[in-house]
Design a protein around this ligand. Structure first.
Ligand code: F6R
Length: 610
């Protein structure tokens, strides 16, 4: 996730673009850059780090001109560095891009074969070279060149492009990544969201996938990539600037909860080989030979990431048939843990900077184990230390309580299990295809569950005075019970416990009375009958059951006070759905209590101390 801005008009473009990028910094802050047409040619300034570094660079080297583009980066391909910062130039053009180009390796090889030299490690640079090639091969203008070049690109993008030959034009396009056009007076803008544009105009056009737009000072035209002219409605946006930054949501956490379907799509993009029921290993560093011979998958993580690893362990054992353990990193580092050289140690961490997880990885490396870092932050400490990386590509998570980073970790772990299962022959092509197909359909099922948010609000209202809440689940429902309890306690400050449903009779059953709300994760999976019995035990003691169950389940309906319905899906993708109502309910409870949802008391987003 990155932020892009484009401007063409009569004012000096650079301050307007930098101001827009400031509003988009929540989308990434690894580096920033700007390209301005100064009437003679295109001048580019880029800087590593937050936007303030770009502002400093622009003070030393001011850019003047009325047409330009800018970018704030969240690195996905190529480490954060000035060389990898956008805009990327090729011949007369400069490009900024938000998204992931799936076929960049093949296109890069083709272009290199034609003698083109690449300056960065990014996937974006191929777009600049493709557009340049189209211009060289006779495209009449930048708009046509962009349209034709995009015909070669597979993946997700929002781009903005300027060209030396057209000082008063910005061309922009989108497919899978957001892009908004702002219609000003004697000026046109574009940006990754309305926040970047609101101080200049409230009249916006939301581009659709496949749209290419040419912006000029006094107007614009839109065509599809295939060359058909289209007309998109102009909408008036009345949000305040603060509302806009959160895309109209009250808090970042709520926005991030709703971003999950898109985030999962980003995690899956370019990794699924549906035809062979397999997964591309990418940068994981796990060769097919090592996958065949490894003796154990040993997970280390903290907090929410640890919960993801519990699901990961289930999948690794079930799908890849490899022994697997998961340990809290804070425990591992102070024990005398035993690692073997044929262990694959998987460190799971949203930030990639958690001190305890780093210490556990050091111990694993010292014992000669191979380490894979599963992280959301490119080139953070853990991926740098590890032998390979599996990035979740969820984009920055601003709310302290992890939501989209958790579900994208789940998706990535399921991909890892499928990869290992296929290499080891434990999973057939057809079985692989079945799970991958289910995973592929998950974003649309997530949208369906998130569509019931208003009902989660109704349930939350019943819980605002609850002092204790119990969460129960079995199998893949167990880590979700733990995660549901953690979400509720960290932002609503209610005491909550997550338990394996089968453990209830070994202690927590003593807590149950008519005042105790009990969430039971009870979809129609292979544990269903057993979990249903636990639900009956709760009801027999007057506990208040809130069930997360499969649509139309009458047996559950008879027992529960509140029902949250899920679509019927493959068992393995269930945790990506069952957690959604729990995130929403926790959010609403905390919000109803008036808590600071995005920055709950005593917590920090990245825990770099032990
Ligand atoms: C809870 C939460 C934390 C983190 C934990 C590990 O919502 O976000 O429990 O999961 O601090 O952080 P990472 O994943 O960055 O290692």
């Amino acid at each position: 996730m990155c932020g892009i801005v484009g401007y063409v008009g009569s004012r000096n473009a650079a301050p307007i673009i930098v101001d827009g990028l400031r509003k988009l910094e929540y989308r990434g802050y690894d580096s920033a850059g700007i390209a301005i047409h100064d009437g003679k040619g295109i001048e580019i300034v880029r800087a590593l780090g937050k936007l303030v570094k770009l502002s400093d660079a622009l003070e030393k080297r001011p850019l003047n001109g009325t047409t330009g583009i800018g970018h704030t980066r969240w690195a996905t391909h190529g480490r954060p560095s000035e060389v990898n910062a956008h805009p990327h130039a090729a011949g007369p053009v400069a490009v900024v891009h938000n998204g992931i180009i799936e076929n960049h390796v093949a296109v890069r090889a083709e272009l290199e074969g034609q003698g083109i030299k690449f300056l960065s490690d990014t996937d974006t640079e191929i777009i600049a070279h493709l557009i340049h090639r189209e211009l060289d091969q006779g495209a009449p203008n930048l708009f046509e060149a962009v349209r034709k070049a995009l015909g070669r690109v597979v993946g997700a993008y929002a781009i903005a492009v300027v060209s030396r030959a057209e000082p008063d034009v910005v061309v922009a396009a989108r497919f899978g990544s957001p892009l908004v056009v702002g219609i000003g007076e004697d000026e046109m803008l574009c940006g990754s969201d309305v926040t970047a544009l609101l101080s200049h105009t409230r009249n916006m056009v939301f581009l659709e996938d496949g749209d290419v737009v040419e912006l000029k000072q006094n107007g614009y035209r839109i065509e599809t990539v295939n060359g058909t002219a289209v007309d998109r409605k102009v909408k008036r946006i009345d949000w305040s600037a603060v509302q806009a930054e959160k895309a109209g949501f009250k808090h970042f956490m709520l926005k991030e909860i709703h971003e999950q379907p898109d985030a999962i799509e980003a995690t899956l993009r370019g990794r699924i080989d549906l035809q062979n029921g397999d997964v591309h290993a990418g940068e994981m560093g796990v060769t097919p030979e090592f996958a065949k011979t490894l003796g154990r998958v040993y997970f280390v993580a903290c907090g929410t990431s640890h919960h993801a690893t519990i699901a990961g362990r289930y999948w690794i054992e079930k799908i890849a048939r490899v022994p697997s353990v998961t340990e809290l990193a804070s425990e591992v580092r102070y024990r005398d843990p035993i690692f073997f050289p044929n262990d694959l140690v998987v460190a799971v961490s949203q930030s990639g900077e958690t001190a305890d997880t780093i210490a556990a990885v050091k111990a694993a490396k010292a014992a000669g184990a191979q380490v894979l870092a599963l992280s959301n932050v490119l080139d953070s400490a853990l991926p740098r230390m590890a032998d390979g990386a599996l990035y979740t590509h969820a984009g920055p998570e601003i709310g302290v309580a992890s939501t989209k980073c958790f579900t994208t970790q789940l998706a990535a772990l399921l991909l890892l299990a499928i990869y290992l299962g296929r290499q080891r022959g434990a999973l057939s092509k057809e079985q692989g295809q079945e799970i991958l197909q289910a995973l592929w359909e998950t974003p649309s099922h997530m949208r369906e569950v998130l569509g019931d948010a208003d009902y989660m609000h109704v349930i939350a209202k019943k819980l605002t005075h609850a002092k204790d809440v119990l969460f129960l689940g079995r199998g893949l429902g167990f880590p979700i019970a733990l995660e549901g309890a953690l979400k509720l306690k960290e932002i609503s400050y209610a005491h909550a416990e997550g338990y394996a449903a089968g453990e209830m009779k070994h202690g927590p059953i003593a807590l149950i009375d008519e005042n105790l709300p009990v969430f039971v994760i009870c979809p129609r999976d292979s544990h269903y009958d057993k979990t249903l019995s636990n639900m009956q035990e709760v009801r027999a003691r007057e506990g208040q059951v809130i069930a997360i169950a499969t649509k139309g389940d009458e047996a559950v309906m008879e027992l529960a006070q509140h029902m949250v319905w899920l679509p019927k899906v493959n068992d393995d993708v269930l945790p990506l759905l069952t957690v959604l109502p729990l995130q929403l309910i926790s959010y609403y409870v905390a919000n109803l209590k008036g808590n600071d949802v995005d920055q709950p008391r005593n917590l920090a987003k990245t825990v770099t101390v032990e």
